[in-house]
Design a protein around this ligand. Structure first.
Ligand SMILES: [Zn+2]
Length: 389
C-alpha cells in the first residue's frame, strides 16, 4: 500500500476540530480515518470516572504480532484559546501565513501527531506491506485536563489484553525555542499543597482573646521557602517550591480572622518522592504548631529513562535530519510519559514549544516537514536490525 499523508493538511484539519479539553470535536474520528487509510486497525476507548468528564481515546496498530511494537503517544485535546481577540488568526482555522501554521494545538501537539502519521505512512509504503514489527499510536483526549480517563486506563487496557509496547516516543513540544534542541528523557514530579490554618476570630485590640491564623500561616510558609529544596541532580534542575496564592478574604481591618489559606506547588526532581515531601511539609508545619489542614495532590512523581538506546536513536535521527545534537533534558511541566514509563522505555520529542498554551500558537511549516523526516528516521533506525518477513 502506498498512500502518502500530507502532514500539513492533516495538522490543519486537526486544528479545525476545536477539541478543547474535554471536548473531542471530531479530532479522533479524523485521525482514525487517516490511520485506517494507511492500514491501521483502530480501537476507540471511552473511559469515565466519577466527577470527571468522559473521555474518548484511540489506540491504533499496524504490523505483525510477535515483533517489537514501537508506540507513538500523544493527545488531541488542547487548552482553551484564552483571549480570543488577542489572536491575529482564528485559533481553529488552521491558517497558513508567512510559512507558519497558526492555531491552538499547532505546537501542542496536533502538528507532531500529523508528522508521525505521515512518517508512519512513508515507512509502511517502503515496507510493501511486510512490516518488521508493529507501529502503534496511543492518542488520548485527556492530557490537558485531569488525565484520569486517558493514557493511564488505555495502558491498563493494553496490558489486560496482552498488548506489549517495547518503546514509546511521546510527541510533546520538547524544544524550548528551536526544533532539534531537546529530547526529554524524564520529567519532574509535581505536588500541590492546600494549607488551611485555623485560628480563633477576635478583635485586633484584644489579641489575647484570639488566635491569629495569618501569623502562623506566614511562619509555616517561611519555613518551607527559606532554603532551597536541593541543588539539582545529574539530569535534573533543582527542585522548586512556589506559593501560588494566599487567601484570607478579610474585609475588616479590626478583625482577626478565623482562617487563612495558602496553595503552593512543588516541582521536584529524582531526589524526592511525593510521600517524602509530604512528611517534610507536615514536620515543618507541626513545628509551628496549632490547628491546620493540609491537602496534598501529587499529579506525578519524577521519573527518568536514563540515556540509552531510545534516546540515542532519537538523537541520531535529529542529527541526521537537522545536523544538530539535541540535549537530553527533564525540564518543563509533566506529561503522560509519567504513566508510560511503567510500561516501557519512553522519551519525548516534538515541535518547538515557544508558543504553546499562548495566544497565536504557531509552528513553522518547515518544522512539521522536518519532524516527519525525523520520525521516519526513528522508525527506520528502530526496525533496522529486524529482518522484514
Ligand atoms: Zn501537550
Amino acid at each position: 500500500m502506498t498512500i502518502a499523508i500530507d502532514p500539513v493538511e492533516l495538522a490543519r484539519d486537526l486544528i479545525r476540530c476545536p477539541s478543547v479539553t474535554p471536548a473531542d470535536a471530531g479530532a479522533l474520528d479524523l485521525l482514525q480515518r487517516a490511520l485506517e487509510r494507511i492500514g491501521f486497525a483502530c480501537h476507540r476507548l471511552k473511559f469515565s470516572a466519577p466527577g470527571t468528564p468522559d473521555v474518548d481515546n484511540l489506540y491504533a496498530r499496524i504490523g505483525r504480532d510477535g515483533g517489537r511494537n514501537f508506540c507513538f503517544a500523544g493527545h488531541t485535546d488542547v487548552v482553551p484559546v484564552g483571549d480570543r481577540a488577542a489572536w491575529s488568526a482564528d485559533p481553529f482555522a488552521g491558517e497558513l501565513r508567512h510559512g507558519q501554521l497558526f492555531g491552538r494545538g499547532a505546537a501542542d501537539m496536533k502538528g507532531a501527531i500529523a508528522a508521525f502519521v505521515a512518517a508512519a505512512a512513508r515507512f509502511i509504503a517502503r515496507c510493501n506491506g511486510e512490516l518488521p514489527g508493529a507501529i502503534s499510536l496511543l492518542i488520548t483526549g485527556d492530557e490537558e485536563g485531569p488525565a484520569i480517563n486517558g493514557t493511564k486506563p488505555v495502558l491498563e487496557w493494553l496490558r489486560a489484553r496482552g498488548e506489549r509496547l517495547d518503546a514509546c516516543l511521546v510527541g510533546e513540544p520538547t524544544n524550548p525555542t528551536r526544533l532539534g534542541e531537546m529530547i526529554k528523557i524524564g520529567r519532574r514530579g509535581s505536588l500541590t499543597g492546600h494549607l488551611d490554618v485555623r485560628g480563633v476570630q477576635g478583635h485586633t485590640a484584644y489579641p489575647q482573646l484570639a488566635d491569629n491564623p495569618i501569623h502562623r500561616l506566614i511562619k509555616m510558609l517561611t519555613r518551607i521557602t527559606e532554603r532551597p529544596l536541593d541543588d539539582g541532580t545529574v539530569h535534573f534542575q533543582p527542585s522548586t517550591l512556589q506559593i501560588s496564592t494566599i487567601d484570607v478574604g478579610n474585609p475588616a481591618s479590626n478583625v482577626i480572622p478565623a482562617e487563612a489559606r495558602a496553595t503552593f506547588n512543588i516541582r521536584f526532581n529524582d531526589r524526592h518522592s511525593g510521600k517524602a515531601l509530604e512528611r517534610w511539609l507536615r514536620a515543618e508545619f507541626d513545628a509551628v504548631g496549632g490547628g491546620y489542614d493540609l491537602k496534598i495532590d501529587v499529579s506525578g512523581e519524577s521519573f527518568l529513562t536514563p540515556p540509552g538506546p531510545l534516546s540515542d536513536l532519537i538523537a541520531r535521527a535529529v542529527e541526521q535530519v537537522l545536523g544538530v545534537k539535541p540535549a537530553l533534558g527533564t525540564t518543563g511541566g509533566t506529561s503522560d510519559a509519567r504513566f508510560i514509563k511503567d510500561h516501557c522505555p519512553v522519551a519525548e520529542f516534538g515541535l518547538a514549544g515557544a508558543t504553546m498554551h499562548k495566544v497565536d500558537e504557531r509552528v513553522p511549516v518547515a518544522d512539521i516537514l522536518a519532524l516527519v523526516d525525523i520520525y521516519a528516521a526513528v522508525l527506520d533506525g528502530y526496525f533496522a536490525d529486524e529482518a522484514p518477513r
